[in-house]
Write a protein that binds this ligand. Sequence first.
Ligand SMILES: Nc1ncnc2c1ncn2[C@@H]1O[C@H](COP(=O)(O)OP(=O)(O)O)[C@@H](O)[C@H]1O
Ligand SMILES: [Mg+2]
Length: 431
Amino acid sequence: MVPTRIPPPPSLTLSVFETPPPPPSIHRETRGKVWDLVAAILLPFSSVIFFVLIFLVVLSLRRRIYRAKHKEGDQDPTKNGDIFSIWNFNGRIAYEDIIIATEDFDIKYCIGTGGYGSVYKTQLPNGKVVALKKLHQREAEEPAFDKSFRNEVKVLTEIKHRNIVKLYGFCLHRRCMFLIYEYMSRGSLSCVLRTDDEVVELDWLKRVNIIKSMSHALSYLHHDCTPPILHRDISSNNILLNSELEAFVADFGNARLLDPNSSNCTILAGTHGYIAPELAYTMAVTEKCDVYSFGVVALEVLMGRHPRELLMVSASSSSSSSCLQNVLLSDILDVRLSPPRTRNLTQNIVVAATLAFACVHAKPKYRPTMKFVSQQFVARQKPLWKPFPTISLLELINSELEMKNGIESQPKVSSHPVKYHGSSSNEILDV
Ligand SMILES: Nc1ncnc2c1ncn2[C@@H]1O[C@H](COP(=O)(O)OP(=O)(O)O)[C@@H](O)[C@H]1O
Ligand SMILES: [Mg+2]
């Protein structure tokens, strides 16, 4: 079959040839106009897009820088001013719960007033009874008090020990600052020691256990925390007792992280009658300052009152030997209790008194470490070398010499690296 050529449709052929091609000058002019039009539309449009993009890039960069800067602050709950996002108590209590429970911090719930705030007892909606320490409004404006409050949160949120009061939550808002603790129904040790009705419940076994618990808590702070923590305000006011009359170290407002790279010089802090004598002529704090305060509280527990005169006598080396030779241990014990009878109790009291005297040594380098003190209580007790009622204070003080292992030639600053539980800074929390 021969292929036939199909001609194009006439109309189409016509239309192509009927429109004459534009002259070259007109063609160029039209192209130029189109380009002008495109440029007129696209240029402003693309420059707007360009500037928007630049703006977005700058914005995201700024956000990144801000986040990087505040990363540390975000991790630190104490820097958070948001009242609702700082609870640490199962996340189930809110600011309103506290206000309702305390009827907006009504005075009827107040159980104690301290240097810069009041302490309230209250029951939360979940039935838990807690103690709330609220910073007074006027004190909240004082940077030193504000710092002390934040300091307590910083320290207490990082540590955990069975003889250290638990911090359940806190609110560090500018307008209202308070801390929520485990409630200690028997209040402070000093209060119980001052109340004749209550003090008889504090029998010899409970007293020895209070001294042991304090030593374990302080040993933990000095030797198990990194860096070591100095409490700096150990006194019978800051030892709280629960319903079983067990002791808990409280009030970390003056606590400080020990920085081995610094001189650890500081302003004087603490409670009169418990402050180590060397702090009168040096501003350098070491853990031996806490050791001294511990010794004072331990003697106070055994004697039932502050050992003021005894500290003065033992500090003056000229008169001490003859005075202490004539004073028996059994003579200084709290007369409101009948004398200890069992062998176990007398041995424990002798160990506690011996360590307490070692701790209040006028020279810090002769005081034992809290680790040593705490270990002595755990170690097997040796039988007494003579009957308990005949042991004099001088014999106790001389028997300290046998405890050389616990006495270091120089007060220990720290053998730990200076990292503080995830914090990158060697921060010193000073008041
Ligand atoms: N968790 C608690 N349970 C019971 N009472 C407390 C508690 N915390 C403090 N208190 C009482 O409030 C007093 C002052 O508290 P504290 O923490 O020592 O504050 P300050 O820094 O004002 O001395 C204590 O001596 C004690 O009587
Ligand atoms: Mg206190």
